[in-house]
Design a protein around this ligand. Structure first.
Ligand code: GTP
Ligand code: MG
Length: 204
């Protein structure tokens, strides 16, 4: 496929990523401006690279003309939270928004993947206005804590290093690390609620 054609396909997805990142970053600012704690700590976004799209098409036997329907993460947004409880708040914020329609939700936090991966995934429909008029497209939103992000980032670079065939003894250590992340996230939540309790009794 010609590079110009790729550009035409991916352009609306680039716009969508920019718009949605702006919107979530603005939510952070709105919280801060009101002196409120923001359940969103950080927002990342990317459009899938052409080489990853081609890889995925080959692996999942997807025709090039079907990529927009069948690859739901051409546009990807990642929302990083400080605490596990924040994730539910972010999910509620997204469910309540008029400009995002939910296609699918997957809770890999309550049900960890066999690799040890944990995150809350949503596929949403989002409409961008282009030269050809409105275009409704799909986006993948991954919501996770900073600790879950640490794990997923390290595991992802190991997958890359080992060309997706991580040796068993390392897989096992990653599973142990995933358990440690659960303990860490819970411990941080406990610390936070103790701080909040202390603040309340201090005010009284
Ligand atoms: P793909 O995995 O994208 O082919 O589609 P799927 O339908 O299997 O979706 P799934 O929800 O399993 O994964 C979507 C995305 O989540 C991936 O593209 C990754 O970004 C992330 N992800 C899923 N599993 C893992 C994992 O084991 N490790 C890491 N680091 N990321 C993962
Ligand atoms: Mg997968």
């Amino acid at each position: 496929m010609e590079i110009q054609l790729w550009r035409e396909i991916l352009n609306p997805y680039e716009l969508a990523v920019k718009e949605v990142m702006t919107k979530f970053n603005h939510l952070i600012k709105e919280h801060r401006d009101r002196g409120l704690y923001s359940p969103i700590e950080q927002v990342e976004g990317r459009v899938k690279s052409i080489s990853s799209i081609l890889d995925k098409c080959q692996k999942k036997k997807i025709d090039l003309e079907d990529i927009e329907d069948k690859i739901s993460d051409l546009a990807g947004i990642r929302i990083i939270c400080q605490f596990v409880e924040d994730i539910d708040k972010v999910v509620e914020i997204i469910r309540a928004r008029k400009d995002m329609e939910i296609k699918q939700e997957r809770d890999y936090i309550r049900e960890m993947k066999s690799s040890g991966y944990r995150s809350y995934h949503m596929i949403i429909y989002y409409t961008v206005d282009t030269l050809d008029g409105p275009k409704k497209l799909q986006m993948e939103v991954q919501i996770r804590t900073m600790a879950m992000n640490f794990w997923a980032t390290v595991e992802h670079s190991l997958q890359y290093k080992y060309k997706r065939e991580i040796p068993d003894h390392i897989k096992e250590r990653l599973l142990n690390a995933a358990d440690a992340i659960i303990v860490l996230d819970n411990e941080m939540s406990t610390v936070r609620s103790e701080i909040m309790d202390a603040q309340i009794s201090f005010r009284i």
